[in-house]
Design a protein around this ligand. Sequence first.
Ligand SMILES: [Zn+2]
Length: 290
Amino acid sequence: MGLSRVLRHVLVCLIAVALTMMLTGAARNKTPNLLRNGDFKKPLTKTKEIVGWHTRLTSITPVPQYTDPENKKGRTGVTHFRCGCGYNWGTVRPWTMLFCPQCKHMNMGLEDSGSQYRKNHESVSLIKLGRDRSLGLDLSKAVGENQGVRVISNLVRAQRGAGYEISFDAVSYGPKLRVFVECFRIEKDDEKAQQWVKSLPRKSNPLKLKTRLERVFRKQVHPGSPGQWQRFSEKFAAPKRYEFDYMFVTLYAYMPGKAQYDNVVLRRLSQRELLEYRREKGEPKDKRLR
Ligand SMILES: [Zn+2]
């Protein structure tokens, strides 16, 4: 009796040790965050920008050329791309992460929203609570009911065929929240764009992009309006035909009021996690069938 009790005790201890090792192992296996300053701990830069993120945004308005501009008749097939500030980029559509030479704002390279986000940064701040900081959004009625507010992460290199997980904490006192991971592919065949991008001032292309980035895939998370801090997490992997080379995260809010985001993590899935994800989604293993 005495011996079996000792044995049982030893067994329980061994199981406990094994479990602890498995758990810490799992934590260690978690792939690193690909986002810089996802916890918003760093103070604002000298130019009042959030480290690792972009809030000074702009977009373009395509302006078609006419042989008869007064009556807007006779399209020549040439289009000029005008920044929200009025600057004319020329006849090549600028893409994401290019900065306007005139207003210095980052061209989002998403839908054509012209000047709608020119004052975007005015609705964004860092909120300090003790030692901790989080991202604060404060949407006026006009902003909330129209374009909303966006905070865009740095560009992150992606690997074709890999899977990813986006997770974050969020709370809302009115606005509706959405988080996007916008995914882009290097467009190798656009020679006109490759020539054009060389002509830009250096400050307009800090990442030294050599060719067009085309959005091919987008992951959306819909937190709604969580009334208290809540963590959200979703995995994604692009089907073969939408595989991408780069991505960025957009933290978005619309409808008036205040909201906060914190601890944003974008990480690559381990091989095992990707297989599990594909199995759960019921996707065929054969790549040709995806
Ligand atoms: Zn501009």
